[in-house]
Design a protein around this ligand. Structure first.
Ligand code: PMP
Length: 284
Protein backbone atom coordinates (compact mmCIF):
# COMPACT_ATOMS: atom_id res chain seq x y z
CA UNK A 1 0.00 0.00 0.00
CA UNK A 2 1.25 3.46 -0.89
CA UNK A 3 0.23 6.36 1.32
CA UNK A 4 0.22 9.95 0.10
CA UNK A 5 1.72 12.55 2.44
CA UNK A 6 2.14 16.06 1.07
CA UNK A 7 2.68 14.99 -2.51
CA UNK A 8 4.97 12.00 -1.88
CA UNK A 9 4.03 8.31 -1.67
CA UNK A 10 5.37 6.15 1.16
CA UNK A 11 5.05 2.47 1.97
CA UNK A 12 2.74 1.91 4.93
CA UNK A 13 5.61 1.29 7.40
CA UNK A 14 7.36 4.50 6.31
CA UNK A 15 4.26 6.71 6.22
CA UNK A 16 4.94 8.89 9.26
CA UNK A 17 4.28 12.41 10.45
CA UNK A 18 6.14 14.63 12.91
CA UNK A 19 5.45 14.38 16.65
CA UNK A 20 5.21 18.20 16.45
CA UNK A 21 2.23 18.01 14.09
CA UNK A 22 -0.71 19.72 15.77
CA UNK A 23 -3.01 17.07 14.40
CA UNK A 24 -1.33 14.72 16.85
CA UNK A 25 -0.62 17.17 19.68
CA UNK A 26 -4.06 18.83 19.73
CA UNK A 27 -6.39 17.02 17.36
CA UNK A 28 -6.07 20.16 15.23
CA UNK A 29 -7.16 18.90 11.84
CA UNK A 30 -10.03 17.47 9.82
CA UNK A 31 -10.82 14.33 7.86
CA UNK A 32 -13.13 12.53 5.46
CA UNK A 33 -13.96 8.86 4.98
CA UNK A 34 -14.91 8.02 1.39
CA UNK A 35 -16.00 4.79 -0.34
CA UNK A 36 -14.78 3.28 -3.59
CA UNK A 37 -17.38 1.14 -5.36
CA UNK A 38 -16.47 -0.70 -8.56
CA UNK A 39 -13.49 1.58 -9.23
CA UNK A 40 -15.55 4.76 -8.75
CA UNK A 41 -15.16 7.15 -5.85
CA UNK A 42 -18.56 7.72 -4.29
CA UNK A 43 -19.65 11.38 -4.07
CA UNK A 44 -16.07 12.66 -3.98
CA UNK A 45 -17.08 16.24 -4.69
CA UNK A 46 -19.53 16.28 -1.76
CA UNK A 47 -16.87 14.93 0.59
CA UNK A 48 -14.43 17.59 -0.63
CA UNK A 49 -17.00 20.32 -0.12
CA UNK A 50 -17.53 19.17 3.47
CA UNK A 51 -13.73 18.98 4.00
CA UNK A 52 -13.21 22.52 2.73
CA UNK A 53 -16.13 23.80 4.83
CA UNK A 54 -14.62 22.16 7.93
CA UNK A 55 -11.29 23.82 7.07
CA UNK A 56 -12.96 27.20 6.56
CA UNK A 57 -14.71 26.96 9.94
CA UNK A 58 -11.38 26.22 11.65
CA UNK A 59 -9.45 28.88 9.67
CA UNK A 60 -7.28 26.08 8.36
CA UNK A 61 -5.72 26.75 4.96
CA UNK A 62 -5.55 23.61 2.83
CA UNK A 63 -2.47 23.89 0.61
CA UNK A 64 -4.30 22.44 -2.42
CA UNK A 65 -7.26 23.78 -4.35
CA UNK A 66 -10.33 21.56 -4.38
CA UNK A 67 -9.50 20.51 -7.95
CA UNK A 68 -5.93 19.64 -6.99
CA UNK A 69 -7.24 17.68 -4.02
CA UNK A 70 -9.64 15.79 -6.27
CA UNK A 71 -6.75 14.91 -8.60
CA UNK A 72 -4.60 13.78 -5.64
CA UNK A 73 -7.36 11.53 -4.25
CA UNK A 74 -8.04 9.95 -7.66
CA UNK A 75 -4.32 9.41 -8.15
CA UNK A 76 -3.90 7.76 -4.71
CA UNK A 77 -6.69 5.32 -5.61
CA UNK A 78 -5.11 4.61 -9.01
CA UNK A 79 -1.58 4.21 -7.60
CA UNK A 80 -2.93 1.60 -5.20
CA UNK A 81 -4.95 -0.15 -7.91
CA UNK A 82 -8.07 -0.01 -5.73
CA UNK A 83 -11.49 -0.81 -7.14
CA UNK A 84 -13.24 -1.41 -3.79
CA UNK A 85 -12.40 0.09 -0.46
CA UNK A 86 -12.19 3.15 1.69
CA UNK A 87 -10.23 6.39 1.46
CA UNK A 88 -9.17 8.25 4.57
CA UNK A 89 -8.36 11.84 3.71
CA UNK A 90 -6.77 13.81 6.55
CA UNK A 91 -5.64 17.43 6.73
CA UNK A 92 -3.69 18.40 9.83
CA UNK A 93 -2.70 21.90 10.92
CA UNK A 94 0.90 20.77 10.30
CA UNK A 95 4.15 21.02 12.21
CA UNK A 96 4.39 23.73 14.87
CA UNK A 97 5.94 24.00 18.30
CA UNK A 98 4.60 22.62 21.59
CA UNK A 99 2.23 25.55 22.19
CA UNK A 100 -1.30 25.45 20.79
CA UNK A 101 -0.83 28.51 18.58
CA UNK A 102 -1.84 27.37 15.10
CA UNK A 103 -0.07 30.39 13.59
CA UNK A 104 3.20 28.62 14.41
CA UNK A 105 2.28 25.85 11.99
CA UNK A 106 3.76 26.81 8.67
CA UNK A 107 1.82 24.53 6.35
CA UNK A 108 -1.09 22.12 6.71
CA UNK A 109 -0.33 18.49 5.87
CA UNK A 110 -2.44 16.34 3.55
CA UNK A 111 -2.58 12.56 4.03
CA UNK A 112 -4.46 10.17 1.73
CA UNK A 113 -4.81 6.48 2.63
CA UNK A 114 -6.65 4.12 0.26
CA UNK A 115 -7.29 0.93 2.21
CA UNK A 116 -9.66 -2.01 2.61
CA UNK A 117 -13.01 -1.46 4.18
CA UNK A 118 -14.21 -3.33 7.26
CA UNK A 119 -17.80 -4.17 6.45
CA UNK A 120 -20.43 -5.13 9.01
CA UNK A 121 -21.44 -8.80 8.72
CA UNK A 122 -24.40 -9.39 6.37
CA UNK A 123 -26.29 -11.01 9.25
CA UNK A 124 -26.49 -7.66 11.04
CA UNK A 125 -28.23 -6.09 8.04
CA UNK A 126 -30.67 -8.99 7.98
CA UNK A 127 -31.51 -8.78 11.69
CA UNK A 128 -30.80 -5.16 12.56
CA UNK A 129 -28.67 -4.06 15.48
CA UNK A 130 -29.42 -2.87 19.03
CA UNK A 131 -28.12 0.53 20.14
CA UNK A 132 -28.07 2.43 23.42
CA UNK A 133 -28.32 6.13 24.25
CA UNK A 134 -24.99 7.42 25.50
CA UNK A 135 -24.55 9.67 28.53
CA UNK A 136 -21.97 11.66 26.52
CA UNK A 137 -23.56 14.64 24.79
CA UNK A 138 -22.86 15.95 21.32
CA UNK A 139 -21.07 19.29 21.38
CA UNK A 140 -23.21 22.44 20.97
CA UNK A 141 -22.68 24.68 17.91
CA UNK A 142 -20.98 27.37 20.01
CA UNK A 143 -18.20 24.94 20.95
CA UNK A 144 -16.72 22.64 18.32
CA UNK A 145 -19.63 22.77 15.88
CA UNK A 146 -20.68 19.16 15.16
CA UNK A 147 -20.79 20.02 11.45
CA UNK A 148 -16.99 20.22 11.51
CA UNK A 149 -15.54 16.78 10.85
CA UNK A 150 -12.51 17.37 13.04
CA UNK A 151 -9.81 15.07 14.35
CA UNK A 152 -11.21 15.50 17.86
CA UNK A 153 -13.51 12.51 18.26
CA UNK A 154 -13.12 12.03 22.00
CA UNK A 155 -16.80 12.57 22.84
CA UNK A 156 -17.71 10.05 20.16
CA UNK A 157 -15.03 7.65 21.39
CA UNK A 158 -16.32 7.84 24.98
CA UNK A 159 -19.85 7.20 23.69
CA UNK A 160 -18.56 4.28 21.59
CA UNK A 161 -16.90 2.79 24.69
CA UNK A 162 -20.22 3.05 26.50
CA UNK A 163 -21.92 1.26 23.59
CA UNK A 164 -19.32 -1.51 23.54
CA UNK A 165 -19.62 -2.00 27.31
CA UNK A 166 -23.37 -2.45 26.79
CA UNK A 167 -22.76 -5.02 24.03
CA UNK A 168 -23.75 -2.64 21.20
CA UNK A 169 -21.79 -1.30 18.22
CA UNK A 170 -23.37 2.14 18.11
CA UNK A 171 -24.74 4.68 20.57
CA UNK A 172 -27.20 7.50 20.09
CA UNK A 173 -25.80 10.85 21.20
CA UNK A 174 -28.15 13.59 22.43
CA UNK A 175 -27.44 17.30 22.28
CA UNK A 176 -27.43 19.62 25.31
CA UNK A 177 -31.21 20.03 25.00
CA UNK A 178 -31.74 16.29 25.36
CA UNK A 179 -32.73 15.97 21.70
CA UNK A 180 -31.34 13.26 19.44
CA UNK A 181 -28.31 14.42 17.43
CA UNK A 182 -26.86 11.31 15.75
CA UNK A 183 -24.70 8.29 16.58
CA UNK A 184 -20.96 8.13 17.23
CA UNK A 185 -20.06 7.64 13.54
CA UNK A 186 -23.44 7.47 11.80
CA UNK A 187 -26.54 9.57 11.30
CA UNK A 188 -29.90 8.32 12.55
CA UNK A 189 -33.34 8.15 10.93
CA UNK A 190 -36.75 6.98 12.09
CA UNK A 191 -39.93 6.14 10.22
CA UNK A 192 -43.10 7.18 12.01
CA UNK A 193 -46.54 7.12 10.40
CA UNK A 194 -44.94 6.55 6.98
CA UNK A 195 -42.71 9.63 7.30
CA UNK A 196 -38.93 9.56 7.36
CA UNK A 197 -37.44 11.87 10.00
CA UNK A 198 -33.88 12.78 10.93
CA UNK A 199 -32.35 15.47 13.17
CA UNK A 200 -30.94 18.60 11.55
CA UNK A 201 -27.27 19.64 11.60
CA UNK A 202 -28.19 22.49 13.97
CA UNK A 203 -29.42 19.84 16.40
CA UNK A 204 -26.01 18.17 16.32
CA UNK A 205 -26.03 15.93 13.24
CA UNK A 206 -23.04 15.83 10.94
CA UNK A 207 -24.30 16.61 7.43
CA UNK A 208 -23.60 13.02 6.41
CA UNK A 209 -23.10 12.31 2.72
CA UNK A 210 -25.07 9.06 3.09
CA UNK A 211 -27.76 10.96 5.00
CA UNK A 212 -28.13 13.43 2.13
CA UNK A 213 -28.32 10.64 -0.43
CA UNK A 214 -30.99 8.86 1.65
CA UNK A 215 -33.08 12.04 1.90
CA UNK A 216 -32.87 12.43 -1.89
CA UNK A 217 -33.68 8.76 -2.50
CA UNK A 218 -36.73 9.02 -0.23
CA UNK A 219 -37.97 11.85 -2.44
CA UNK A 220 -37.49 9.76 -5.58
CA UNK A 221 -39.36 6.85 -3.99
CA UNK A 222 -42.30 8.97 -2.85
CA UNK A 223 -41.47 8.58 0.84
CA UNK A 224 -42.19 11.85 2.68
CA UNK A 225 -38.99 12.89 4.44
CA UNK A 226 -37.86 15.86 6.49
CA UNK A 227 -35.54 17.05 9.21
CA UNK A 228 -37.18 17.07 12.62
CA UNK A 229 -36.37 17.54 16.28
CA UNK A 230 -36.50 14.09 17.87
CA UNK A 231 -36.49 13.14 21.55
CA UNK A 232 -35.60 9.66 22.84
CA UNK A 233 -39.39 9.11 23.08
CA UNK A 234 -39.65 9.48 19.30
CA UNK A 235 -37.01 6.81 18.81
CA UNK A 236 -38.65 4.41 21.27
CA UNK A 237 -42.07 4.78 19.64
CA UNK A 238 -40.91 4.77 16.00
CA UNK A 239 -42.13 2.14 13.52
CA UNK A 240 -38.64 1.80 12.03
CA UNK A 241 -35.17 3.09 12.75
CA UNK A 242 -31.88 2.95 10.87
CA UNK A 243 -28.46 4.54 10.87
CA UNK A 244 -26.48 5.76 7.87
CA UNK A 245 -22.79 6.25 7.16
CA UNK A 246 -20.12 5.74 4.54
CA UNK A 247 -19.09 2.39 6.02
CA UNK A 248 -22.47 1.12 7.25
CA UNK A 249 -24.52 2.46 4.30
CA UNK A 250 -27.99 1.84 5.78
CA UNK A 251 -28.09 -0.36 8.89
CA UNK A 252 -31.44 -1.24 10.48
CA UNK A 253 -31.78 -0.60 14.22
CA UNK A 254 -34.21 -2.96 15.94
CA UNK A 255 -33.73 -2.12 19.63
CA UNK A 256 -32.89 1.08 21.50
CA UNK A 257 -32.14 1.08 25.24
CA UNK A 258 -33.89 -2.28 25.58
CA UNK A 259 -37.06 -1.16 23.73
CA UNK A 260 -37.95 -3.17 20.65
CA UNK A 261 -38.45 -0.88 17.65
CA UNK A 262 -41.50 -1.66 15.49
CA UNK A 263 -41.74 -5.37 14.81
CA UNK A 264 -38.19 -5.99 16.03
CA UNK A 265 -37.13 -6.70 12.45
CA UNK A 266 -35.75 -4.35 9.78
CA UNK A 267 -38.64 -2.22 8.53
CA UNK A 268 -40.09 -2.17 5.04
CA UNK A 269 -39.09 1.42 4.24
CA UNK A 270 -35.63 0.78 5.68
CA UNK A 271 -35.17 -2.19 3.34
CA UNK A 272 -36.48 -0.31 0.32
CA UNK A 273 -34.05 2.52 0.95
CA UNK A 274 -31.20 0.12 1.64
CA UNK A 275 -31.71 -1.70 -1.66
CA UNK A 276 -32.09 1.57 -3.55
CA UNK A 277 -28.96 2.98 -1.95
CA UNK A 278 -26.83 -0.02 -2.73
CA UNK A 279 -28.06 -0.26 -6.33
CA UNK A 280 -27.26 3.42 -6.84
CA UNK A 281 -23.83 3.27 -5.16
CA UNK A 282 -22.60 0.41 -7.34
CA UNK A 283 -24.03 1.88 -10.54
CA UNK A 284 -22.88 5.51 -10.15
N1 PMP B 1 -21.81 11.24 12.05
C1 PMP B 1 -20.52 11.18 12.41
C2 PMP B 1 -20.11 11.68 13.75
C3 PMP B 1 -19.57 10.63 11.53
O1 PMP B 1 -18.28 10.57 11.88
C4 PMP B 1 -19.99 10.15 10.26
C5 PMP B 1 -19.00 9.60 9.27
N2 PMP B 1 -18.37 8.44 9.71
C6 PMP B 1 -21.36 10.20 9.94
C7 PMP B 1 -22.23 10.77 10.85
C8 PMP B 1 -21.88 9.70 8.62
O2 PMP B 1 -21.45 10.55 7.60
P1 PMP B 1 -21.18 10.01 6.10
O3 PMP B 1 -22.45 9.47 5.59
O4 PMP B 1 -20.70 11.20 5.38
O5 PMP B 1 -20.14 8.93 6.24
Amino acid sequence: MKIYIDGTYYERENAKISVYDHGLLYGDGIFEGIRIYGGKIFRLREHLQRLYSSAQALALTIPLTMDQMETAVREAVRVNGRTEGYIRLVVTRGVGNLGINPMQCVRASVIIIADDIQLYPEEMYAKGIPVITSSVRRMPCDSLDPRIKSLNYLNNIMAKLEALRAGCLEAVMLNRDGLVAECTADNIFIVTGGRLLTPSPLQGALAGITRNVVLALAGEHGIPACESALAPYDLYTANECFITGTGAEIMPVTAIDGRTIGTGRPGEITLRLRNAFHAMAVSE
